[in-house]
Design a protein around this ligand. Structure first.
Ligand code: PGA
Length: 273
């Protein structure tokens, strides 16, 4: 059984005070609910500690939205470093989100380095990979994803399945970049994740490929969460826009729960045959 995880990603949509208020509401409403997956929130960096204090006590985890690679020397004004996240025992950090890649020009190399440095420091990176609308039109989706994965699995670096997760986020399905294209069906995402596992198998062997958690992100919300989570190759979700309001975040978690339960029932029935 792969580790299942659902993360609400607040990006810059909530200020410090709004984050505090949302986290207080989430912790109050979530405390009596149970989920067959880990739940987490990635707040804006200035609210990380305060949100962490509110949500960890009800068993949710905190996730950094971004982190710098490990500093060797030099001075990096404005950055959140791995040392800072380690001190806070921040469990997860998103690296390589499309907004970091496309707005802040983070290269595959930078993303790969951040992910490796997190893993070496015991922070679990959620490494985002994904194709743009342009990549799809030019049939280079798999070339792009292969390149993004190779930048992570450099040289002899051999992380285990509990060290990190991947998040497949087709850029064109993320609310920030959304095109007129309809959102992908669950089965389509299942096939993409299967193909990503095949790429990982080629790079690092089938054991990692089959046991690594691969999350999906791209306009996941209360009405489509179950469609993705019921897929056998989808181990979790990143929820952006729909996580901003506590009620919508919790409804999305519940939809994902329904999807995962349907999948578990299906697998049990298949195994019994
Ligand atoms: P979205 O964002 O759910 O608003 O599309 C997801 C993400 O950017 O990770």
């Amino acid at each position: 059984m792969r580790h299942a995880l659902a993360v609400g990603v607040w990006k810059d949509r909530l200020t410090f005070l709004e984050s505090l208020s949302a986290a207080a509401t989430v912790s109050l409403k979530m405390k009596d609910l149970t989920f067959p997956f880990e739940t987490a929130i990635a707040p804006t960096p200035i609210a990380l500690v305060s949100v962490q204090n509110l949500i960890e006590r009800i068993g949710m985890s905190v996730c950094a939205q971004n982190v710098m690679w490990k500093e060797e020397t030099g001075s990096y004004i404005g950055e959140t470093t791995i040392r800072m996240l380690s001190e806070l025992k921040c469990k997860y950090a998103i690296v390589g989100h499309s907004e970091r890649r496309l707005v802040f020009n983070e290269t595959d190399e930078v993303v790969g380095r951040k992910a490796r440095d997190c893993i070496n420091a015991g922070i679990k990176p959620i490494v985002c990979i994904g194709d743009s609308a342009n990549d799809r039109e030019q049939s280079r989706t798999w070339q792009v994803m292969d390149r993004q994965l190779r930048a992570l699995f450099q040289a002899e670096f051999r992380p285990g399945p509990s060290d990190f997760s991947l998040a497949y986020e087709p850029v064109w399905a993320i609310s920030t970049w959304r095109t007129a294209e309809p959102l992908p069906e669950g089965s389509v995402i299942n096939d993409y994740h299967r193909e990503i596992r095949n790429l990982i198998a080629k790079l690092r062997g089938s054991e990692l490929a089959e046991t690594l958690s691969i999350l999906y992100g791209g306009s996941v919300n209360p009405s489509n969460g179950s469609r993705y989570m019921r897929q056998e190759n989808v181990d979790g979700v990143l929820i952006g826009g729909a996580s901003k309001e506590p009620a919508s975040l919790i409804q999305t978690f519940l939809a994902c729960k329904q999807g995962l339960e349907e999948r578990n029932t299906r697998v049990t029935a298949e195994n019994a045959e």
